[in-house]
Design a protein around this ligand. Structure first.
Ligand SMILES: [Zn+2]
Length: 402
């Protein structure tokens, strides 16, 4: 079945960054066949279905490349303590923070994890998100990590979304291994990775002085890559302990946060082709002061992505649009950078470059239509959603009056 979307302004987000003022897209079986100016559509074209967009903007479906959206419970009481002055790191050292969510998540069944993750996923889908990365990391025991990853994959079978899963067993040292992080990392490398490899598209870790050292992440990444799993890393969020260099050495798909990264770190990420993922909601919620080295990342040509970081501690909420606004307001990204950061570069951060994240021949027909006058409005609205249609693999899966 041949479908044509016509009368739209199109930001393809492809490597040529083509923009069409009055454009059209042809697609068949969920794959884009052609995109270009409407007046270059083949004469006498007979489409089985025509979607008239009345001048709306069409972008690739958005890609949220860093979320922890499968978890149980919430941490509102901890947020209250943090707003009253206690630091995130101090709460973590007391056994709260991530470990608080671990207790709730271990007690939840797979069905409960799916049910609690669903409204957060739906909030993202309504914003034009068609691909989401979801991490484990609140189980921290083999069965609970497996349950989280299965819940993440189930969300994809029950909703019109592509889910990419990351095993984040190295998120925090579980209570069973308190004071023995090396033993924990060895257990993950030797037993958990082989057991969970089939459930995970990548392996992630939290490299920080309240979590895992650069040497521990290095060992974990060596074991992951020996199993053919790509890696990504939470690095240099609260301090610089050398995570970016480890990520670069292992050719990580992405390195995320990076507030304390240096010029040398940016250069290393550029050489390894690693995407730098900006997480401004966490920066905002933790009231951080240290900005990521955006100028250095730009100068070295590191691709920049932006993600929601949806999680119950440092980014409670599920809005990629808010993250985009904050990436502009707090980090100074341009509207073009932010749009590429939630499309082509975000897809690359998930190893999906060339398949999703752009509107181009041969790519999946994932689109979002926007009731906005200009592309500058992408990342301008804060707390308002101008997305009016979502297309997933060629099917219209959501329409909203805006
Ligand atoms: Zn995270």
């Amino acid at each position: 079945m041949l479908t044509v979307f016509r009368h739209c302004r199109i930001a393809t987000c492809d490597p040529q960054a083509r923009v069409f003022d009055r454009g059209a897209v042809l697609l068949r079986h969920g794959i884009v066949e052609w995109v270009g100016p409407e007046d270059e559509l083949p004469a006498g074209l007979h489409a089985d279905r025509t979607i008239e967009l009345a001048g709306r903007w069409l972008t690739p479906g958005l890609v949220d490349c860093h979320t922890h959206l499968v978890f149980a419970g919430q941490r509102a009481a901890e947020f209250a303590r943090r707003t009253a002055g206690t630091s995130y790191a101090d709460i973590a050292r007391e056994g709260g923070g991530i470990l608080g969510t671990v207790r709730a998540t271990r007690a939840a069944s797979e069905d409960e994890l799916v049910a609690q993750g669903q409204p957060r996923l739906q909030s993202l889908l309504a914003e034009g998100v068609t691909t989401v990365e979801i991490k484990s990391g609140y189980g921290l025991e083999l069965d609970a990590e497996a349950r989280m990853l299965r819940a993440a994959r189930r969300l994809a079978t029950e909703h019109p979304v592509t889910v990419s899963t990351s095993l984040l067993a190295a998120h925090a040292v579980p209570p069973e291994f308190a004071g023995r992080p090396d033993e924990y990392v060895d257990t993950v490398c030797r037993q958990w990775l082989p057991a969970l490899a089939a459930h995970a598209d990548a392996v992630d870790a939290y490299c920080e002085d309240i979590a895992f050292s650069a040497a521990q992440c290095d060992r974990l990444f060596g074991a992951a890559r020996a199993l053919g799993l790509p890696v990504r890393l939470h690095a240099e969020q609260l301090s610089n302990v050398g995570g970016s260099q480890v990520a670069a050495r292992h050719g990580a798909l992405s390195c995320d946060h990076l507030e304390y990264a240096t010029d040398a770190d940016a250069a290393a990420l550029a050489r390894s082709g690693t995407v730098a993922v900006m997480l401004p909601v966490a920066f905002f919620v933790l009231a951080e002061k240290q900005l990521p080295p955006i100028e250095a990342l730009r100068r070295h040509g590191v691709p920049l992505a932006v993600a929601s970081d949806c999680n119950p501690g440092s980014a409670p909420g599920a809005s990629l649009l808010l993250a985009m606004h904050m990436a502009r307001r707090l980090f100074g990204l341009s509207s073009d950078e932010v749009l590429l950061g939630v499309t082509r570069h975000a897809a690359r951060a998930l190893g999906l470059g060339g398949r999703r994240g752009s509107i181009a021949a041969g790519q999946a027909a994932d689109f979002a239509a926007w009731s906005v006058d200009s592309l500058d409005e992408i990342g301008y609205w804060a707390g308002f959603n101008p997305c009016s249609m979502v297309v997933k693999d060629g099917s219209i899966v959501l329409e909203r009056d805006v």
